[in-house]
Design a protein around this ligand. Structure first.
Ligand code: GRF
Length: 220
């Protein structure tokens, strides 16, 4: 048990990605343990999900701290206390500062609901629709000092369909998030991630040259 990768999952909202990680662990598809779930939002539904799964939770309400540094320092303390090996940002809506990034160097990952480097930041499903892209998707990446700029581990692509709204596109993307986040954590847990600058290679993975998509589909 003790050599299982210990996750600290940081949330601010619904926690459906957290739920997917919990489910993968429970069904034996991911060898890891969630040591702690931390939310900066006391009302986050993800806290209920964590409690139902018997996982320790902490609420660090950012509004109760004098500033980002004080918040980050407490977050570091809580995560270290829980023995966290990998920090998993799952809908966590706070920017983490330099001290936090240095403390968990190469051990912080995030999921983003767009195909980075397109559409970093927030409200990205609407931005993808407004731009008129034919595909969007989601990205798991290491966290660096930029906003959604860190080295990419895995991506999933979904089509943008006629009549899509930000909500329909978001839920199509979210379904894939729930698959790629546990997969990325599994790569990490199995020690298969080789990082060389921006480039992330996964040991034992061979690309599929036929994994080509067209949208709209080709005719004839
Ligand atoms: C997801 O779309 C994630 O990519 C983004 O925030 C959303 C969180 O959803 N960073 P949930 O809280 O995991 O349901």
């Amino acid at each position: 048990m003790s050599d299982l990768l210990k996750l600290g999952v940081l949330i601010s909202g619904s926690g459906s990605n957290l739920q997917s990680i919990i489910n993968h662990i429970e069904k034996g598809a991911l060898s890891a343990r969630i040591s702690i779930v931390v939310s900066n939002a006391p009302e986050a539904y993800g806290l209920v999900r964590a409690e139902k799964a018997g996982i320790s939770c902490a609420v660090l309400d950012h509004r109760e701290f004098s500033g980002r540094e004080a918040f980050d320092r407490e977050l570091i303390r809580v995560l270290k206390n829980a023995g966290v090996d990998l920090v998993v940002l799952a809908g966590f809506m706070r920017i983490l500062g330099g001290e936090f990034l240095r403390t968990f160097d190469q051990r912080i990952i995030n999921i983003h609901p767009a195909l980075l480097p397109a559409f970093p930041g927030t409200h990205v499903q609407q931005k993808a629709l407004d731009y008129g892209v034919k595909f969007s998707g989601c990205t798991v990446h290491f966290v660096d000092e930029g906003v959604d700029t860190g080295p990419i581990i895995i991506q999933a692509v979904v089509p943008v369909l006629p009549g899509d709204t930000a909500d329909t596109l978001a839920s199509r993307i979210l379904k894939e998030e729930h698959k790629i986040y546990p997969q990325a954590i599994r790569y990490f847990a199995e020690g298969r991630i080789v990082k060389n600058g921006r480039h992330v290679e996964i040991r034992g993975v061979r690309g599929d040259k036929d994994a080509v998509l067209h949208n709209p589909p080709l005719e004839g």
